[in-house]
Every structure is written in C-alpha cells, then in structure tokens.
Design a protein around this ligand. Structure first.
Ligand SMILES: *Cc1c(COP(=O)(O)O)cnc(C)c1O
Length: 434
C-alpha cells in the first residue's frame, strides 16, 4: 500500500508566505472608514494594529519572508503531516483518493497559531504590551493566548457567551496560557453593556465580541487588537498550510482535482487553497475548490456581496464581502468557529468571480460524517472540520457512482478533543437543525 503519512523535513518548511493580492483576477475593493465611508489608509488602522501587519494587509509583494523567530516557533509542530485516508476510502468503497492536511497537531489543536504567532511577534516588535481579541469556539482565544505567552504580552479574550458555557475547557486552556477571558457581551465595555440592556438573554455573537475587543483596545494604553480570520494578513500567514501540502503531494506525484475546506471567516480554507489558486489563475489548472459552511450561518451560499461592518457596533472599517448583515446573530450551533456573519474579502471576491464553489450542510449531517471519519481514520474532528469532511464524503460517494478516480485534498482544520459535549449531544439525539 502507498504511504499513509507524507512528511516534510523541518528544513523544507516554507521560508515565505504567499500573498494572493497581486495575482487576484479582480483586485479587492478598499476597506472604508466607518464614519466617512471613504477608503482608508494605513493611518486609519494604526490605533488597532501594528504597522507591520497593516503593511502586510495592503502589500502587493507576491512573497513575504517569514522571520526566523516565527519559523523557530512554527517548528514546534510544523511541517504538519499530510495523510492519505486509506481507511476512509475503504469504508466508502470509493475509487477517489483522499488526502488531508492535519492542522490539529498544533498545541492548541488547530491552524490558528499559524497567524497567532505571527501577529503576537509583530506586536512585540513594535512594543505593544497588551492584545485584545474575541473568540467563538475558543480555538482562536487559546491560540492567541499561547502566542502572547511566548512573547510576554498580556492577552484579553472576549468569548462568545454560548461557547463560554458550552466549552468550559477551552476557557481553562486560555487561562492556562496566561490570558484573561470573559463571556461576551460583558459589562466591561460600552458595546457590551448596550447589547445586555437590549437583549439580556443573548447567546452572543462574534460580531458583538469583536466590538468589545476593539473598544477595549482603543480605550487602553499600549494595547492593540488582533483578529483570527477574515483579514488579508491572516489569510497570508495561513498559506504555510497550502505550500507544505503542495510539496507533500508532489512527493507522491499527486495534484488535487478537488480542494475542500470549512469556512468561518475563511482562513484555514484560504491557507490550503491560495497556493493552488495561483496555479488555477496563472497556469489555468483545472481544480474544483469547494467552500463548506453551516446551513445555520450560510454566508457564501445565501449572503449578499456588499460593504458591511465586521462587528455589531459598527466600529470596524467596512469590508466588501459576502455578509448576512452585521446584526445577524446565528443560532448557537456547535461549530462555534463557523458562526460569523461575514467572510474574508479575498475569499468573497474569488467566490464572486466563480473560482470557488460554496456549499452548506446541516449540523446533524456533519456529525454523522465526523463519526464515520473518527471510526475509520481514528482522529476526532472539530465540528467545524466535520463540515469539510461531510463534503469530502459526498464527493467520494459521487466518484463511486461515476467511477471517477478523483484526487481530493481537504484541510483538517482542527481536532475535537474539547468538543465532547457536542458529540454527547449528538449521540443523545439533542443536536437539532434550525
Ligand atoms: C476557527 C476555526 C475554523 C473557522 O475559521 P476559519 O477562519 O474559517 O478557518 C475552522 N476550524 C477550526 C478547527 C477552527 O478552530
């Protein structure tokens, strides 16, 4: 049998990030100032981000060097393994070949530290002493708290209230790495107090938590804000995933026909497909690139492509993206990392241009797929990741019907070891589709 695990040597880890901006068929429309609605420049963003990240956000350089200090930390878990899912293929009796890149091997268990480390590093370089952020399921909050602990930066996390109570161990992990975490909406900010007055029983949302974290950053000394997805520089940092995957696939003489990933803000998916999008746009490669979202928060499949705020309180710049509206509060589904009203402008524009195919799946179906995966491959997926797996299984079963021997690559964005309450709910029949 061919290899199950395809590994890269540490010294083959990418030395630069790939920036899609100069290669986009349609250039992005600029972010707008929330007050004037005029295009913003670097100075508009400097109250919340360090200048090196603002430069990356707007850079037209195709490759950006990864500083040595960041590479040193990446090497704690990178390069991550690429797997051939022989056992899942056998269970499905599919002629398709299924590969997955396992980002669950990082210390917090997802792809998120790829950007958390970079963001904490550039903040440290510019003398920032405190970073605020929001977190949905707790994956981002735990990744950033680890990154801040490496660089001796204080970290303050606003965690969406429904997840704060659904995932108590993510909260413990955030504390373990030395950060402070509060349920959002909180009494600590004007934005939080306002929402609590209007909707005392709200389960919270990423849009609300972002408002709180941004307000905290602009009202505190030497404090910046950090976002775990959506922005261009986050997509950039995640491209280590796809660059490694390309080198690993090449080792076994493979090239994907289909690339699949789950989408919250778009970062893990962009991380794996952007280096291949380069080939699709520049070399006319025929690749089907599929974005998977929950039907409870169907941004790409039913949202509008327009300017919208990134947060509920209208404090962030307006971004041109697919959106369900910044007031949208998604139902508290278990894939907390996929409950965002908007989407990365890069992913949105590529979707608008027809280069990405969006799909939406229901909660009950994604848990069934997750169980099939865990019982064949062994690894327990996060509910977010299970969205990609459901789509992979459907594609592989379609190949069984047509006899096509497609090569499918998907990003395994994270493990589900902190999501056992969600699995328990599924097994006791308490997962409902809204
Ligand atoms: C946060 C998260 C996601 C969704 O965020 P993206 O920015 O869309 O990648 C998906 N999977 C896991 C495991 C996550 O932690």
């Amino acid at each position: 049998m061919e290899n199950t695990k395809i590994l890269l040597d540490e010294n083959e880890m990418p030395k630069s990030w790939y920036n899609i901006l100069p290669d986009l068929p349609t250039p992005l429309e600029p972010p707008l100032n929330p007050a004037t609605r005029e295009p913003i420049g670097p100075d508009d963003l400097s109250p919340i981000f360090p200048m090196s990240l603002i430069k990356q956000e707007m850079s037209q350089d195709r490759y950006i060097d990864i500083p040595e200090e960041i590479q040193d930390i990446y090497r704690l878990w990178r390069p991550s393994p690429l797997y051939r899912a022989h056992r899942l293929e056998a269970v499905l009796k599919t002629p398709a070949k299924i590969y997955y890149k396992n980002e669950g091997v990082s210390p917090p268990g997802s792809h998120k530290p790829n950007t958390a480390i970079a963001q904490a590093y550039y903040n440290m370089k510019e003398g920032v002493e405190r970073i605020t952020t929001e977190t949905g399921a707790g994956q981002w909050g735990s990744a950033l708290s680890m990154a801040c602990s490496f660089f001796d930066i204080e970290c303050m996390v606003y965690m969406v209230k429904s997840s704060f109570y659904q995932k108590p161990y993510r909260k413990s992990l955030i504390n373990l790495w030395g950060a402070k975490v509060v349920p959002s909406p909180s009494e600590l900010t004007q934005a939080g107090r306002y929402i609590l007055e209007q909707h005392p029983d709200t389960s919270g949302s990423l849009g609300i938590a972002i408002s709180e974290a941004v307000e905290d950053a602009v009202t505190h000394e030497n404090t910046k804000y950090s976002l775990g997805s959506v922005l261009n520089h986050v997509m950039l940092h995640q491209t280590v995933i796809g660059q490694e995957a390309k080198a690993q696939m090449a080792q076994v003489d493979e090239y994907p026909d289909t690339i699949i990933g789950c989408v919250g803000g778009g970062s893990n998916f962009c991380g794996i497909f952007l280096p291949y999008m380069h080939d699709k746009v520049k070399e006319n490669k025929d690749i089907d690139i599929v974005a998977v979202e929950p039907s409870a928060c169907p941004t790409l499949t039913t949202g509008e492509f327009r300017y919208d705020f990134g947060d509920t309180a209208e404090m962030t710049p307006l971004l041109k993206m697919y959106t369900l509206g910044h007031q949208f509060v998604p139902p508290p589904i278990h894939a907390g990392g996929l409950r965002y009203h908007g989407n990365a402008p890069i992913l949105s524009q590529l979707c608008k241009d027809g280069l990405i195919r969006p799909m939406a799946y229901r909660q009950t179906d994604i848990f069934e797929a997750a169980v099939t995966f865990a019982r064949s491959e062994g690894i327990v997926p996060a509910p977010e990741t299970a969205h990609a797996i459901k789509c992979v299984i459907d594609e592989a079963l379609e190949c069984k019907k047509t006899g096509e021997k497609k090569t499918i690559l998907f990003n395994f964005s994270g493990h589900g070891h902190f999501d056992m309450a969600a699995y328990d709910n599924y097994f006791s029949g308490n997962i409902i589709d809204e």
